[in-house]
Write a protein that binds this ligand. Structure first.
Ligand code: ZN
Length: 482
């Protein structure tokens, strides 16, 4: 089934579906359960590459990986009422074993704060055991009633990395929030995903949290996509689950917690932001194949064609010895042109072409997937040139992404401008705000956008609230959003 090639810049939504399906990344909408998808082998490898990187960053900062049960009993999940209220319409329940009712209703985890806090109440007794930083990478379930989107809004999120930390004091937990923000910054910077960081407004924070910090990126259709969140949980869950520990002076206290998560959306952002009309451009750090080698057969000389294949194998071996994953497309059914199309659509960052000319001059022709620039290099320079070019591709993608985001942050002086900017698809709109929730909600109502929060980084504020006209104390961001 061949779907028509779609345009990245002007028809992003269809482009996205086309890429996931035709590049054989993620099969969505065909399995007979709504809101779930299947990672195909190529997509699974991209996911694995990302997870390797995430695990490395977390392990290096003292996080320990755990694995909790998928099932959370109702009595446990109901302990933190504000939390369950935030999820209650989305929780999927297991109520039957065969034909009989289960002795207790059990939720398919929507997130794991209560489950982890419960076990912490059994594991942790003394301040000397703190801090603890756990994480797991699991499926979570939410019975989404809004329109679902592959990797963006799902009923089963298969790549939910949730970290849960516990600390003696509020300030210790706050420092952990800052560490988490730095870890996410580092991960997104490495992957070249541009982002803004906002403190969510009170009405949109994680249910049960003291406050929420969110990372957002901007998709090619100028809608924002939340790609990471960090929550200061205070003592909400430790009090609800009765997690008490002995402090240094012998008294029993409720410790403070944080939680922070990433999901499939990071992969969605990677595929979408680094793309063009030919398909995605995979960042070399997460590309399962970094280099594809395409033999260009000799027109009439069978012997020469065999020598070309041999030359291709030497190139692959040489790259392999230097940890550059390369593959040769030896398919005899496809023409070189068809192979170019196929591998561009798969987003392989670098292509090597080898034909009679390269064979006879002991060179290879390399072509970048991002800028589509090509050049001939000597075989002896292969590893150095390829490694350097892959690094350059990563940097190019990062710069391109950051430029795109920067060009689409619009400062509006009044409500009319804000509304117009949102409706014309200018991207993220920033306005002056008096810090009153009522004005924030009014802004959403009038402009039809969604408030994303105030900038995480401190800003100079000089102006008046676009809603009530009082002196502004902050900047508020608003956008059309996924
Ligand atoms: Zn106001």
């Amino acid at each position: 089934m061949k779907v028509k090639r779609e345009r990245w810049s002007s028809n992003f939504s269809e482009w996205y579906d086309w890429v996931l399906s035709e590049a054989e990344i993620y099969d969505y909408g065909r399995y007979p359960v709504k809101g779930v998808g299947i990672w195909r082998p190529y997509g699974f490898k991209i996911r694995e590459k990302l997870l390797e990187l995430v695990r490395r960053e977390l392990n290096q900062t003292g996080h320990e990986e755990v694995l909790f049960p998928l099932l959370i009993p109702e009595e446990l999940i109901k302990k933190e009422t504000e939390h369950i209220k935030g999820f209650e319409n989305e929780v999927l329940w297991v109520t039957k074993g065969g034909e009989s009712e289960t002795d207790t209703r059990m939720a398919l985890r929507p997130t794991s704060e209560v489950a982890i806090s419960y076990m912490e109440s059994l594991w942790l007794k003394s301040y000397k055991q703190l801090p603890k930083k756990y994480y797991q990478i699991v499926s979570i379930f939410r019975y989404e009633t809004k329109a679902t989107r592959p990797l963006i809004r799902l009923r089963e999120v298969t790549t939910f990395k949730e970290a849960h930390t516990i600390h003696l004091t509020y300030d210790d937990a706050e420092r952990q929030v800052m560490e988490a923000v730095e870890i996410y910054r580092k991960i997104f910077d490495m992957l070249g995903i541009p982002y803004i960081i906002s403190r969510r407004p009170d009405w949109d924070k994680f249910p049960g949290a003291e406050y929420t910090i969110a990372f957002e990126t901007l998709m090619p259709d100028l809608k924002t996509l939340q790609i990471g969140t960090v929550h200061h949980l205070g003592q909400k869950f430790t009090k609800a689950l009765d997690v008490k520990i002995q402090a240094e002076d012998g008294s029993l206290v409720y410790p403070h917690q944080t939680s922070y998560g990433l999901s499939d959306r990071v992969i969605s952002a990677l595929i979408s932001i680094h793309g063009d009309d030919h398909g995605p451009i995979l960042h070399p750090l997460i590309a399962p194949i970094k280099v594809v080698i395409i033999p260009i057969p000799s027109v009439n000389n069978q012997k020469e064609t065999l020598n070309i294949i041999e030359h291709c194998k030497r190139v692959k071996d040489e790259l392999g010895k230097n940890d550059v994953d390369a593959t040769i497309d030896e398919d005899t059914e496809l023409t070189p042109g068809e192979k170019f199309y196929k591998w561009e659509l798969k987003g392989v960052p670098l292509r090597v072409e080898i034909g009679p000319r390269e064979l006879n001059s002991n060179t290879v022709y390399i072509k970048r997937r991002d800028t589509l620039e090509g050049k001939s290099i000597q075989f002896e320079e292969l590893v150095v040139e390829v490694t350097r070019t892959l690094t350059e591709i990563g940097l190019y993608l990062k710069e391109r992404g950051e430029k795109f985001l920067k060009e689409h942050i619009f400062k509006a002086e009044n409500l009319e401008e804000a509304k117009k900017a949102l409706n014309e698809g200018k991207g993220i709109v920033e306005v002056h705000w008096c810090n009153d929730n009522k004005c924030g909600l009014k802004l959403e109502e009038i402009t039809g956008g969604q408030v994303k929060g105030v900038p995480f980084e401190k800003r100079e504020v000089n102006g008046s609230c676009v809603v009530c006209g009082k002196t502004a104390t902050n900047i508020l961001r608003i956008a059309k959003t996924y």
